[in-house]
Design a protein. Structure first.
Ligand SMILES: O=C(O)C(=O)C[C@H](O)[C@H](O)COP(=O)(O)O
Length: 209
């Protein structure tokens, strides 16, 4: 399978659903309902014991879904994500060690940043695409607007505290290619298998931009 670029990842969908999956059996129906709603990608956070199995399950049962791994905190997580079949990896932050090593990885790695210095460290190492985390708490739309002046080459997927009503103002910014969030498929709705609620939020998200 050809390697995606970070730019390709950011252009898959205006909204990247960030999910916490407790039971890998929920992965296939979740991927199916997102695909049917027009969402082609999903970020499975490596926060649960079931996460890697959930990624494997999606790769096997819903191959049209482009699955990424979130909460990739170190090289061990990155290797595990690649082994499970993730097509990209994201982190809430990034250590210099992880950013340096991940440049040669088989999948694109998207570091998390919250300040100008963190963005500049990433740019120095050749990264241009970043997760802005936690977006709302770190200044939201106004902060990203301010970063665009001095750092126009940095592109962002803001994530953290974003909801359906807040997403459009992020997506209108020139340095934002997509937004991430758990509001499309929150953990309680996945657990309850409330696919109808997830479908309705996903359809609304797919139509944004
Ligand atoms: O686990 C990670 O890799 C993260 O970076 C954290 C998630 O992106 C946020 O937890 C998004 O969640 P909401 O704020 O509920 O939309």
């Amino acid at each position: 399978m050809s390697k995606l670029a970070a730019d390709d990842v950011f252009k898959l969908s205006p909204v990247m659903p960030v999910v916490v999956i407790d039971d890998a059996a929920q992965a296939e129906p979740l991927a199916r309902v997102l695909l049917a709603s027009g969402i082609r990608t999903i970020e499975v956070t490596l926060r649960t014991d079931a996460a890697l199995d959930a990624i494997r399950e999606i790769v096997k049962t819903a191959p049209e879904m482009i699955v990424g791994a979130g909460t990739v905190l170190n090289l061990t997580d990155l290797e595990a994500a690649i082994e499970a079949g993730a097509r990209y990896a994201l982190s809430p932050g990034a250590t210099p060690k992880l950013m340096k090593a991940a440049r040669n990885a088989k999948i694109p790695f998207i570091p998390g940043v919250a300040t100008s210095s963190e963005i500049m460290r990433g740019l120095d190492l050749g990264y241009t695409h970043f997760k802005f985390f936690p977006a709302e708490q770190m200044g939201g739309v106004a902060a990203l607007k301010a970063q665009h002046g001095p750092l126009p080459n940095a592109k962002f997927c803001p994530t953290g505290g974003i909801s359906a009503d807040k997403a459009p103002s992020y997506l209108a910014l020139p340095n934002v290619l997509c937004v991430g969030g758990s509001w499309i498929a929150p953990a309680d709705k996945i657990k309850a298998q409330d696919w109808a609620a997830i479908e309705s939020a996903a359809k609304q998200a797919a139509a944004m931009r």
